[in-house]
Design a binder for this molecule. Sequence first.
Ligand SMILES: *Cc1c(COP(=O)(O)O)cnc(C)c1O
Length: 209
Amino acid sequence: VSAVEAKLATLEGAEEALLFASGMAAVTTVLLSLLSSGTHLVITDDAYRRTRQFCLNFLKRFAIEATVVPMGDYAGLEAAIRPTTRLIVSESPTNPYLRVLDLPRLADIGRRHQVKTLIDSTFGTPINQRPLNQGIDLVIHSATKYLGGHNDLLAGVVCGNGALMAHLRQQLWMLGAVCDPHNAFLLGRGLKTLALRVNRQNENGLRVA
Ligand SMILES: *Cc1c(COP(=O)(O)O)cnc(C)c1O
């Protein structure tokens, strides 16, 4: 597990990476760890359905509020920030509509308001985009998709700075959605062909377009 976490950290240009049992385990553990009762988050509208359900329905039970803003409406996003806002969450590119955010612009909004930014980069892969290099605080992947690559594993990963990841690691070990070692082995195998697969998919996609 540690060996694969180190590879993923290198791929994303992160200080550390943390593996989870699934993409949703990564999303829910991070949000439960960073938000407390009375806080607020902003999420863009074109998000993975279960992530949106978790933010809008489940977190409400803990008095954590969420505001949904249209993808790409940067003024609306900034206007939605409150004194209690702790996190801005978005996918980019989105599943399923492939909408893309201006990541440096999002990072700048977060920095100016002292709100952490989180990007679900599952559809981008670190071959096509590295959000941390553009100023984003946290990157999440469902490793079940491109990173695993063989459609035979479930995993999630979160990448970020050392202090934040140390905190999340303790929360992960408490909440328990850890990645098992054999699963990590399969993911490590998948990563060996990540660049080959994604670059070929890029070429094929361009030809079709
Ligand atoms: C699939 C997916 C998830 C959930 O991942 P699982 O590994 O299936 O739990 C989260 N975000 C995005 C963008 C996804 O495509």
